[in-house]
Design a protein around this ligand. Structure first.
Ligand SMILES: [Zn+2]
Length: 475
């Protein structure tokens, strides 16, 4: 099955120095999307990708997205590319991003962040190495290894690489919606490589993400901030009301106290339950990354389910509250509490908002306060779950087993990757998240790295996935 993979793999090994060199060139371009002064570098990175793709024989378009709202900057282009247009082959659409998070040596990096440094232990340090330049170049490298080895490329590959992911993917959603039935029209499935293994040893395929609804609760009363020595005991205090409202939302064990939330959560199926059993994850690792043993659950399964498939409510902060050190005797006139709910199937945004508003309004009413209260959603984002039984996933599972010699874990993530839903809705096709890097890569922090092993085997994995995609029965 999947012939030619051995010669593809050995070609990837032969070219590994060249592939690391390509990553070095990419990392050297400081394409930080959030810094205005770096915008020319972001654009340069888009052109670098376009040039590399053109050299490999892909047809490439740089799509301009116009001005960046609220600034005098121009958005960097989206790189759209196609490699192959054989109607007898399947077409896979892949997404990645070529911009990176900010980085300065003085932040505490052990090496220059924009110089890829390959350590003895195989760590390749550099901003963007794992997020997301390594995975993006993985697709280019897979094309090149096929060409050099003289192996027919198994699918048509559509590519969509953006340069604003680390700054809210400005302009991308409109482009994807516009191209869903145009540039992306013949895509049979979508693959995104922009997340990480759950640990460091076992590869995973990701089939779900939680959504996020973010709320503000505003309580106001006095016309201006007051002094407690003068007005304490004379006026009803907004902060007192707010703290009591926030305190009613969730308990110490994370149980959401809002009536009507748990009714919206999909019941667990036996099949889903089974996916959790063998997952490579330990409570020790969790304690390590928490930096404490203050976990809600003592066991792995409940913990993973609480992170991936149940909603959670977090209280984030209070705007307008006194938060500096010291003992200022202020009575804040207006305070805004912030909390969010990570949402899961089958919660609907409007329904969730409705029960949240009802709970907060009733909690405030119970206080009998003369202050004024307003509750509203600042932003909302839907959860996403794909079928891990789809051929897109089974192809990736076979490829993983072939490359890494183990069956992948099927994982979800507690956070959001909004572009996933955008692609799913615009194309109507199955979306797979196929990570290259591991949990210790430090995507947004200092000393970001991609292990050489994950890069090289990851290039094999992406190529092997495309071969298995070509073979999976059409259902
Ligand atoms: Zn990323």
């Amino acid at each position: 099955m999947a012939p030619n993979l051995d010669s593809y793999f050995s070609q990837v090994d032969n070219l590994s120095d060249h592939f690391i060199e390509r990553l070095r060139q990419a990392v050297a371009i400081p394409s930080v999307s959030s810094e205005a002064a770096r915008r020319p570098d972001v654009v340069r990175m888009g052109h670098f990708l376009a040039d590399e793709l053109t050299k490999l024989g892909a047809s490439v378009e740089l799509r301009e997205l116009g001005p960046q709202p609220g600034t005098d900057l121009t958005l960097p282009p989206v790189v759209l590319a196609r490699y192959g247009s054989d109607e007898s082959k399947r077409t896979i659409l892949v997404y990645g991003h070529y911009d990176v998070q900010p980085a300065e040596k003085s932040d505490g990096w052990e090496t220059e962040p924009f110089e890829l440094t390959v350590k003895e232990d195989g760590r390749m340090l550099g901003r963007g190495s794992t997020d997301d330049k390594g995975p993006v170049l993985g697709w280019l490298n897979a094309i090149e290894a096929h060409k050099v080895a003289g192996i027919d490329f198994p699918v048509n590959l559509l590519m969509c690489f953006e340069g604003m992911e680390e700054y809210g993917s400005e302009g991308l959603e409109d482009l994807i919606n516009l191209e869903g039935k145009k540039y992306f029209a013949d895509a049979d499935a979508v693959c995104i490589s922009d997340n990480y293994w759950l640990g460091t040893e076992r590869p995973c395929l990701t089939y779900g993400l939680r959504g996020c609804n973010y709320y503000s609760v505003e309580v106001s009363g006095p016309g201006a901030d007051l002094h407690s020595g003068v007005f304490g005991g004379t006026a009803q205090e907004p902060m007192t009301d707010l703290v009591r409202i926030l305190g009613s939302l969730v308990d110490t064990d994370g149980k959401i106290q809002i009536a009507g939330i748990s009714d919206q959560v999909a019941p667990i199926t036996a099949e889903e339950d089974g996916l959790y059993d063998g997952i490579a994850f330990t409570m020790e690792t969790l304690h390590e990354s928490l930096g404490s043993k203050t976990t809600i659950f003592e066991d792995k399964k409940s913990t993973l389910m609480a992170r991936w498939r149940y909603p959670s409510l977090s209280v984030h902060g209070i705007e307008g509250a006194f938060s500096a050190p010291g003992a200022k005797t202020v009575i804040p006139a207006k305070v805004i509490g912030k909390f969010s709910i990570r949402t899961v199937p089958n919660m609907e945004v409007d329904q969730t908002n409705a029960v949240v508003y009802k709970h907060v309004e009733e909690a405030f009413k119970k206080l009998g306060s003369k202050n004024t209260m307003k509750v509203y959603a600042q932003h909302t984002g839907k959860w996403w779950v794909a079928s891990p039984n789809h051929w897109n996933f089974s192809a990736a599972a076979k490829a993983t087993e072939r490359v890494w010699g183990v069956k992948p874990d099927f994982t979800r993530e507690g956070g959001s990757i909004p572009v996933t839903i955008t692609f799913e809705e615009a194309t109507g096709k199955n979306v797979l998240l196929l990570p290259m890097g591991s949990s210790t890569d430090g995507a947004h922090s200092i000393n970001e790295k991609l292990d050489k092993r994950n890069y090289i085997e990851g290039i094999k994995l992406l190529g092997a996935y495309l071969h298995y995609v070509a073979e999976e029965a059409i259902v």
